[in-house]
Design a protein around this ligand. Structure first.
Ligand code: NAD
Length: 488
């Protein structure tokens, strides 16, 4: 029997049990695997006090020491990847291999941001003699972080890495469906010697926790990953206390397939990628716009490979794709497929789910999907792909941009001119050419339009957790008014 951790809140470097608990289910079996501790207001007050104390210590800790502790936690996560992976598979459903890769990816986020902690440079602005303007970046304060269930470890890692590298303390609410991933992070930081109160982890009712934490004056940054509707709600709440937000929200990623690439290879690769994490990735390739000459070959290759995806319990080593994470996704996917089918879309693969327990949904390929189908506008957030023909690159770019989302976008082409046209034409935070990878630690990641605000990762990743302070320093006491340091 694979072990699932005993779930607890983590406040002020101590594990807390709560009176109320909720079941955590394995999406592959629907069996209960653990009990989620539900934080009450009193727990949140403890977390706020701890985070305030933690901030005082951590923001004054030398960046080099902060980086060492973060690197130590990252290396513990790497060492423990083999042991951590099964608990991620049990709570989220993804295959073991992907769970292991997720732990490594989480470690990479920590390693990158630990490096950036030491490069939070300010600057000196050229000025008149006798006065010096210095601009520095300081840790913003306590962060309220909210991480979703699709990547139980690497999503919390992004928030914790950015906050801690910047010198902030954080109260993280990890997803109620997938609490173990974040607990492994807390354990690694406890073992790495993080001072008490810097990282606090709570679970419970998301609306109750966010509506209590966000209005607190002590909370100086809100960082959320999840749906656009919840993101807007939290942004409105944060606006009332002028608290800056970092919002990583939904997408509906377009993929433009030009006819100068091998359509079969592109189709096969796309089907494999669509199955990753059962399509529950905000950057998952979803709307494929394929040049007419390549359309048949691409759609055929995609559907053939999609039909072969081995779906099953992620703990089984043969499994290529696990279940989706919860029953809400099943209901949403069923409704989107039915709607598209009724409006004339062709189902080239999948479409119906198997009998038996578990939230399984096969890779489903819809072709010739009319624009009035709901799935053309609503993010499926599951293993569902849409393949439609386009007559030109202009047409493809217009269709890619037609939605209010702009997170990840992809193009397959060997033409520099096509890449240039996509680069200037596509409305998205991240454009990837000839690869379906959109987000790695060393580059900034985030959206435009309704896909969000701010960036995680890269050199830009710490900006949202810091505030800029300008120091104007005259060497002599000012005796008469000056303009820009010079006498008028
Ligand atoms: P949802 O909108 O109910 O929840 C999304 C996430 O937000 C969950 O992690 C949930 O715990 C959290 N949440 C919900 N209400 C909240 C509140 N009032 N305060 C704080 N947090 C709150 O939807 P869902 O069914 O869990 O997920 C489906 C949708 O969420 C998808 O369509 C997708 O767009 C989005 N999603 C996006 C990402 C991402 O990586 N951007 C990850 C997970 C889910």
């Amino acid at each position: 029997m694979t072990e699932y951790p005993d779930l607890k809140l983590f406040i002020d470097n101590r594990w807390h049990q709560t009176a109320e608990t909720l079941p955590v289910l394995n999406p592959a079996t629907e069996a209960e695997i653990g009990r989620l501790p539900v934080a009450r207001t009193s727990d949140l007050d403890l977390a706020l006090e701890a985070a305030e104390k933690g901030f005082k210590v951590w923001s004054r800790t030398a960046p080099r020491i902060r980086a060492q502790i973060i690197m130590k936690a990252a290396s513990l996560l790497r060492e423990r990847a083999e042991k951590i992976a099964p608990s991620i598979t049990m709570e989220n459903g993804k295959p073991l291999m992907q769970a292991r890769m997720e732990v490594i990816r989480g470690s990479e986020f920590f390693e990158w941001d630990a490096g950036e902690a030491q490069r939070l440079y300010g600057h000196v602005v050229p000025s008149a003699p006798g006065i010096r303007y210095t601009v520095i970046r300081e840790a913003a304060g306590i962060v309220a972080g909210f991480a979703p269930w699709n990547f139980p470890l690497s999503q919390p890692a992004r928030k914790v890495a950015g906050a801690l590298a910047s010198g902030c303390s954080i109260i993280l609410k990890a997803a109620e469906e997938t609490p173990a991933g974040a607990m492994h992070i807390a354990r690694a930081f406890l073992d790495a010697g993080l001072p008490a109160g810097v990282l606090n982890l709570v679970f419970g009712n998301p609306a109750e926790i966010s509506s209590y934490l966000i209005p607190q004056d002590r909370v100086r940054v809100v960082a959320f990953t999840g749906s656009t509707s919840v993101g807007i709600h939290l942004t409105e709440m944060a606006a009332r206390s002028m608290t800056p937000v970092l919002m990583e929200l939904g997408g509906h990623a377009p993929v433009i397939v030009c006819d100068d690439v091998d359509p079969v290879a592109a189709g096969v690769m796309s089907a494999v990628r669509k199955a990753r994490n059962s399509g529950q990735v905000c950057t998952s390739p979803t709307r494929f716009f394929v040049m007419e000459n390549s359309y048949e070959a691409f759609a055929h290759a995609f559907a053939a490979r999609a039909s072969q995806v081995r779906m099953g319990n992620g703990l089984d080593r043969e499994t290529e794709m696990g279940p989706v994470a919860n029953h809400r996704r099943i209901a949403a996917l069923d409704a989107l497929v039915e709607d598209a089918r009724s409006k004339g879309a062709k189902v080239l693969a999948g479409g119906t789910r198997p009998n038996g327990p578990g939230y399984f949904f096969p890779v489903t390929v819809l072709a010739d999907v009319p624009d009035n189908a709901r799935v053309m506008k609503e993010e499926p957030f599951g293993p569902l792909a849409i393949i439609n023909p386009v007559s030109s690159l202009d047409d493809a770019i217009a269709r890619a941009n037609a939605l209010p989302f702009g997170l990840a976008a992809y193009g397959f082409t060997h033409s520099a001119a096509n890449v240039d046209q996509m680069t200037s034409g596509i409305e998205a935070g991240n454009l990837s050419i000839n690869t379906l990878e959109a987000s790695v630690a060393e580059v900034p990641f985030g959206g435009v339009k309704y896909s969000g605000h701010g960036r995680e990762g890269g050199a830009e990743g710490l900006h949202h957790y810091t505030v800029t302070k300008t120091i104007s320093h005259r060497m002599e006491l000012e005796t008469e008014p000056t303009v820009s340091g010079a006498k008028p």
